[in-house]
Design a protein around this ligand. Structure first.
Ligand code: KIV
Ligand code: ZN
Length: 391
């Protein structure tokens, strides 16, 4: 059976940019948008045009330069937001309006002080109005994660009747468990009339650290689009990390899904977003963290030196990292020291290695990491230096 391609909807420039203190200017957004297009994302959510003149301008400028991806603008379910988004997207090669409304009990009662029937009506009207500007309209049911499935199905039906091409099912508060989120997608797939006219999209937040797992569960249960951000950035604990879902689908081929992402650009993309926003990426971040391919304990280092796959499930080159790192610490063994010494030109015999290893450990106990310069010095000061260099 041929693989199914999952659409990657990148919202780094909209939901991702909602990180407090990480505002980007239009110029920075253009650089990121161009790179996202090159990376192969299918949709770029460029901003929320009505929210500020700056965001409007960014969506206009991004629409002009993106060559391959669909450019999308977010709106609330009202005519002015939608009209402004349509205006901002006018020059996009393939524009999409992303409109929607909160559907959970809590949103309907507290945020809108409304009723289920009135919200359903607003959802229908918003999609209908957006359709008068563009063909491609995505509807989001905000807080779908905590929305009763039966009501959610009715809202989705109304959105499809009004012409929605994509139904976004956000777990806005990151509350769902993977089996719950997967069951929600399955329920919608099986119970929404007209569902074959639209695709379901996962939009999962990471408040409980489950965004990636929920998105994958969504896809397994019938969703065909994942909404995500580079490095998983976003409000509170962030969004689903693009690099994680893409690599999960790639590393598990039996799931029979693929994406259009050029994975060798992932590390560079992560660095670009981190540098532009001034958000440091945690070293142990999956796929793109500085330690994602670094090995520091003796047992692991010995295994990786013998065969990389012993402790690595991804070839670092596949995500744009030049090579695995063998980090020298007080937990490192002889194999790692010999490997690193060889990299800087010393081919040590077993006896020579024994001789310098204890000096290495003495130094390693005094500092976090032993570098190439330290290795040179340890060797130069050793009794076997002459023997080593004359070999
Ligand atoms: O998390 C969410 O519900 C959203 C919607 C506005 C799509 O970001
Ligand atoms: Zn969101």
């Amino acid at each position: 059976m041929p693989e199914t391609t999952i659409q990657i909807f990148d919202t780094t420039l909209r939901d991702g940019e909602q990180v407090p203190g990480c505002k980007l200017n239009t110029k920075q957004k253009l650089v990121i948008a161009e790179k996202l297009d090159e990376l192969g994302v299918d949709i770029i959510e460029a901003g929320f045009p009505v929210s500020s003149p700056g965001d409007f301008e960014s969506v206009v400028e991004i629409s002009k330069i993106v060559k391959n991806a669909t450019v999308c603008g977010l709106t609330r379910a009202n005519e002015n937001d939608i009209k402004v988004a349509a205006e901002a997207l006018k020059l996009a090669r393939t524009p999409r309006i992303h409109t929607g409304i909160g559907t959970s009990e809590s949103h309907i009662t507290h945020k809108f002080k409304s009723t289920q029937e009135k919200i359903l009506e607003r959802a229908y009207e918003a999609v209908k109005y957006a359709k008068s500007f563009v063909e491609d309209v995505e509807f989001y049911a905000e807080d779908a994660g905590r929305t009763d499935n039966e009501y959610l199905a009715r809202v989705c039906e109304a959105a499809i009747k009004a012409g929605a091409t994509v139904l976004n099912i956000p777990d806005t508060t990151g509350y769902c468990l993977p089996n719950e989120y997967g069951a929600k997608i399955k329920y919608l797939k099986e119970n929404v009339k007209g569902i074959e006219k639209a695709i379901l999209s996962c939009h999962c937040h990471n408040d409980l650290g489950l965004a990636t797992a929920n998105s994958i569960e969504g896809v397994i249960n019938g969703a065909r689009q994942i909404e995500c951000t580079i490095n998983g950035i976003g409000e509170r604990a962030g969004n689903t990390a693009l690099e994680e879902v893409v690599m999960i689908l790639k590393q598990h081929p039996y799931l029979n899904f693929n994406t259009n992402i050029n994975t060798s650009m992932l590390y560079g993309m992560s660095q670009l977003v981190s540098d532009s926003m001034g958000i440091y990426t945690q070293p142990n971040k999956a796929i793109v963290g500085s330690n994602a391919f670094a090995h520091s304990s003796g047992i692991h280092q010995d295994g990786v030196i013998k065969n990389r796959e012993t402790y690595e499930i991804i070839d670092p080159k596949d995500v744009g990292v030049t090579e695995s790192a063998i980090v020298l610490t007080a937990r490192s063994g002889r194999a790692a020291l010999a490997y690193r010494a060889k990299n800087i030109g010393y081919n040590l015999t077993k006896l020579q290695l024994d001789e310098i290893y204890s000096n290495f450990l003495d130094l390693a106990d005094t500092k976090k990491e032993v570098n190439d310069n330290d290795i040179h010095q340890i060797i130069e000061k050793s009794k076997v230096y002459k023997e080593i260099i004359s070999a």
